[in-house]
Design a protein around this ligand. Structure first.
Ligand SMILES: [Zn+2]
Ligand SMILES: [Zn+2]
Length: 390
C-alpha cells in the first residue's frame, strides 16, 4: 500500500510499504478514506520528537471502512464506517476503567523508552515515534487498529467524512481543554494558539457556557476563523503586550481560565527571548519552548485554571512556578482521552450544534502529502487544516 513516511527532518515521502495485518484477535484493519495533518505532526516533521525512524508511517487522525476484523472484535463488521481515536487504549486496565484512555497501561509496547523521559509511560499513539509505541499511522491507504473493540466509533448516518474526521483528535482535544476550565456562567476564557485545536477549544468553551472567549495568535487568517466561527475576541501578540491587553479586557483581573493550545514550538515576539529558547532547544538544554505557557500562567486571574492541551515532549525552562503557587492557580493537562468524548461529541455534530469542517482550508490527496506538509508548516496560502483524501 501507499503511505506517507517520515524520512528525516523536514522530509516526508509517499512510498510503498507492506500492507497491515491482523496481529491480535482484538485488531481490525481499516481502509482509510480521509486523514488529516495535525499541528503535532509538525513537531515530528521539525525533528523535535525523539525516537523517530526513517520510514515510519505518519498520521494519527483518520477514518475509513473496516475491511478485516479479529475474532474478538464483535462490535464491528466488515463494511462499517469508523472514526479512530488517536490514543490506543485497551479499555480494561486501571487507567482505561477510570476513563483515562490516553494513559492506558497496556497499549505502549515500548513503555520503557517513555519511562526514561517521563517517569511512567502514556498510551501508544498512531504514527508518533517509537517512544509511543512505534505504531504505523493513518496517513496511508490502510491501518491496523489495535483494541478495535474499544476505540473506533461507528458512523451510521450520512454525515460527511469532513464533519466527523476530527473526532479522531482535534475536536475532542479542544473540548477537553475547555472542559478542564470548569467553566462557570460569565467566565472569560483566553486561548493561546488559534489553530484547529485552539479553535475547537474556543467553540467548546462557548458550548460549555463561557461568556467571552479571547484568541491569541499572530496569524490574521487564524484569528479571523476563530472570530467568525466561535465569536472570539482576538489579540495579535505581535502587535500588543498580551498581559496588558488581557488585564484591560478583564477589569484588571485576568481571564478566569487560560488554555495553552500551542505546545512545544511556541514563538515569542521578542527576537532576543525567542533566540534564547531556540538556542537552548537546539543544544538540548530544553526540549520545548514554553513562551505561550509562561504567558498563560502569568495572565490567568488569581485562583484561576491553566489548561494545557498543546503538545509537549520533554522539559522546559523558566516555568513561573512562583506565580502558579502564590496565586493559587490550578494547572491541568493531558493528551485527550478521546474515547470518552466520541459519543457525546458525535451527538453534538448530529444535532447541528457544531460543524467541525469549519477548520478546513486545504483538501488534497494522500499523494500530495509532502507538499501539504510544506504548506502547513510555513502557513502558506493561509493554511489552517489539511484533509487528505485517500
Ligand atoms: Zn492530532
Ligand atoms: Zn488500558
Amino acid at each position: 500500500m501507499r503511505a506517507n513516511c517520515w524520512m528525516g527532518r523536514n522530509t516526508v515521502e509517499v512510498r510503498e510499504v507492506p500492507d497491515p495485518q491482523i496481529m491480535n484477535d482484538r485488531d481490525a484493519v481499516v481502509r482509510i478514506t480521509s486523514t488529516s495533518i495535525c499541528g503535532s505532526d509538525l513537531h515530528l516533521y521539525d525533528g523535535y520528537i525523539p525516537t523517530m525512524k526513517k520510514g515510519d508511517v505518519l498520521g494519527h487522525e483518520f477514518m475509513g471502512e473496516v475491511v478485516e476484523v479479529g475474532r474478538e472484535v464483535r462490535n464491528l463488521r466488515i463494511g462499517d464506517r469508523v472514526v479512530v481515536p488517536f490514543p490506543i487504549a485497551c479499555g480494561h486496565c486501571v487507567a482505561c476503567e477510570r476513563g483515562f484512555f490516553s494513559v492506558c497501561e497496556n497499549s505502549n509496547p515500548n513503555a520503557g523508552l517513555a519511562e526514561m523521559v517521563m517517569g511512567h509511560s502514556p498510551a501508544g499513539i498512531y504514527g508518533y515515534s517509537h517512544m509511543l509505541g512505534g505504531f504505523a499511522g493513518g496517513q496511508a491507504e490502510y491501518a491496523r487498529v489495535p483494541f478495535a473493540d474499544i476505540g473506533p466509533i461507528k458512523i451510521e448516518d450520512d454525515l460527511r467524512d469532513e464533519q466527523v474526521l476530527f473526532l479522531s483528535d482535534v475536536f475532542p482535544t479542544g473540548y477537553m481543554g475547555a472542559e478542564m476550565c470548569d467553566i462557570q456562567r460569565g467566565d472569560i476564557i483566553a486561548v493561546w494558539g488559534a489553530g484547529p485545536v485552539g479553535q475547537f477549544a474556543m467553540a467548546s468553551a462557548r458550548m460549555l457556557g463561557a461568556e467571552r472567549v479571547i484568541a491569541i495568535d499572530r496569524y490574521p487568517q487564524r484569528l479571523r476563523i476563530a472570530q467568525e466561527n466561535t465569536g472570539a475576541e482576538v489579540i495579535n501578540y505581535e502587535q500588543v503586550d498580551v498581559l496588558e491587553v488581557l488585564r484591560d479586557m478583564t477589569a484588571g483581573r485576568g481571564p478566569d481560565a487560560c488554555i495553552d493550545a500551542v505546545g512545544s514550538e511556541s514563538h515569542h515576539p521578542s527576537s532576543a527571548i525567542n533566540a534564547y529558547d531556540r538556542g537552548k532547544q537546539a543544544v538540548r538544554l530544553e526540549t520545548d519552548r514554553p513562551h505561550a505557557l509562561r504567558e498563560a500562567v502569568l495572565s490567568c486571574r488569581n485562583a484561576g485554571i491553566v489548561s494545557v492541551i498543546g503538545a509537549y515532549g520533554g522539559f522546559i525552562d523558566k516555568f513561573p512556578m512562583g506565580s502558579l503557587m502564590n496565586r493559587s492557580l490550578t494547572l491541568r493537562s493531558g493528551q485527550c482521552h478521546v474515547q470518552r468524548y466520541l459519543r457525546p461529541l458525535l451527538d453534538r455534530i448530529r444535532r447541528g450544534e457544531i460543524d467541525p469542517s469549519f477548520v478546513i482550508t486545504h483538501r488534497m490527496r494522500l499523494d500530495e502529502a509532502p507538499k501539504a506538509y510544506e504548506i502547513f508548516k510555513n502557513k502558506q496560502q493561509d493554511c489552517n487544516k489539511v484533509v487528505l483524501s485517500v
